[in-house]
Design a protein around this ligand. Structure first.
Ligand code: UD1
Length: 362
């Protein structure tokens, strides 16, 4: 059984790492092989290469070199280059993860070439079609043959969309597999010592969603509010390239410590030890729930509702009073306590590979 695994943007890399690790372990005992395709959607060292090195992901078999561009440009280029790559190859399954442009573009190309598609992290829905990721999720699930879900809710969503029960497998969360595998390797960033000495505590901030960063004035106002509300805490802000472009030429913010995008081991160290995480990311809502760290999500909705129902996450939307209140709740150590969702146990990749192997034998 030959799998082609797609990775294109930063959040894909942590999700494919545990899958590849397992395939490497099992391939000598089973008829199992894989090729890794990097679309090149993310290309900076800090957004891509560093994760391959840290997480022990082998060099991709091919890099499609897509790079930056409008959504249509990126989608078109990925499709054209990926179609060229698959011509004449024997591929049993295309494995895609998450909800980035590369996920959806490669799924559609594979399906049209009669290759079966397995979507890991299927069935998540924010019901917000202004998010490019929501469109990517829906389109990927529309053409996939097999759905691996992180929660029972996601499985139910797929059933309500007409997918059959035997296509859907509730397996847990591969992003949490990556975290579990790497917890002992987390590493303190060198700049942290200074911050810990001077401030009561620190928060971690990430922002990259078009809805938060594409309007410069709104972005500046949001960061200024966070800076004011933080008071005696320092806010560490690893700046995504999309956000960095918007902040060029703007003054510094008091209380905010801007840094380049961080390696995984340093970033997760900061999450694990922070008083509060402020974010508009999808995956970070899950990682904070797993680690029991307070998370305030700077969005109006989430495709990961279990992090709110069970976990440590709350939605802030654009309610600045709620943001201010939440910051003081975290500073006073009065945040709600969460639980870890079922199957977020570091074994999701194992379940996925077992299911694919069973499929191959049947
Ligand atoms: C993408 C994903 C998003 C994911 C995020 C994590 C889509 C639609 N969005 O958003 O789901 O949460 O990645 O990072 O697929 N850029 C660089 N260097 C890089 C990569 C990007 O400078 O290595 C710049 C590009 O020039 C581009 C901007 O960042 O203008 C945005 O990149 P893009 O791939 O379009 O989407 P992201 O905002 O990163």
């Amino acid at each position: 059984m030959h799998l082609v695994i797609i990775a294109g943007a930063r959040p894909n890399f942590m999700k494919i790492a545990p899958i590849i690790r397992l395939i490497e372990e099992k391939k000598s005992e089973h008829d199992l092989s894989y090729s890794l395709v990097h679309t090149g959607q993310h290309y900076d060292k800090q957004m891509s290469e560093i994760f391959f090195t840290e997480l022990g992901i082998p060099k991709p078999d091919v890099n499609l070199g897509v790079g930056s561009g409008s959504p249509a440009y990126q989608t078109g280029k990925i499709m054209i280059e990926f179609e060229k790559y698959i011509v004449g190859k024997k591929i049993d399954w295309l494995i895609v993860v998450g909800d980035v442009t590369s996920t959806f573009a490669c799924s559609v190309v594979a399906k049209k070439a009669n290759i079966k598609v397995a979507h890991i992290e299927a069935g998540l829905r924010s019901r917000d079609l202004q998010m490019p990721e929501e469109i990517n999720r829906m389109l990927t699930d529309a053409v996939s043959d097999k759905f691996f879900t992180t929660t029972e809710d996601a499985s139910r969503i797929l059933m309500s969309e007409g997918k059959s029960q035997d296509q859907i497998h509730f397996v847990g969360n591969v992003m949490i597999d990556c975290l579990v595998n790497n917890l002992p390797k987390l590493r303190k960033p060198s700049f942290l010592e200074d911050i810990v000495e001077k401030y009561d505590s620190y928060f971690l901030l990430t922002l990259h969603r078009p809805s938060n960063v594409d309007e410069v004035e709104n972005l500046i106002a949001l960061i200024a509010n966070i800076s004011n509300f933080a008071g005696s805490s320092k806010v560490i802000f690893p700046v995504h390239p999309r956000t960095r472009k918007q902040l060029e030429g703007h003054k510094k913010f008091k209380n905010i410590h801007l840094v380049e995008p961080l390696p995984y081991f340093e970033f997760m160290y900061l999450v694990k030890n922070s008083k509060l995480v402020l974010t508009d990311s999808g995956g970070i809502q899950e990682e904070t729930t797993f680690l029991g760290i307070p998370c305030a999500t700077l969005r109006k909705n989430t495709e990961r509702p279990e992090t709110i129902k069970m976990g440590t996450n709350i939605l802030i939307g654009d309610d600045m009073l709620l943001l201010q209140k939440s910051i003081s709740t975290a500073q006073n150590d009065a945040w709600k306590k969460g639980k870890i969702p079922e199957y977020w146990d570091g074994k999701a990749s194992q379940r996925i590979i077992n299911i694919l192997l069973d499929e191959g034998n049947s």
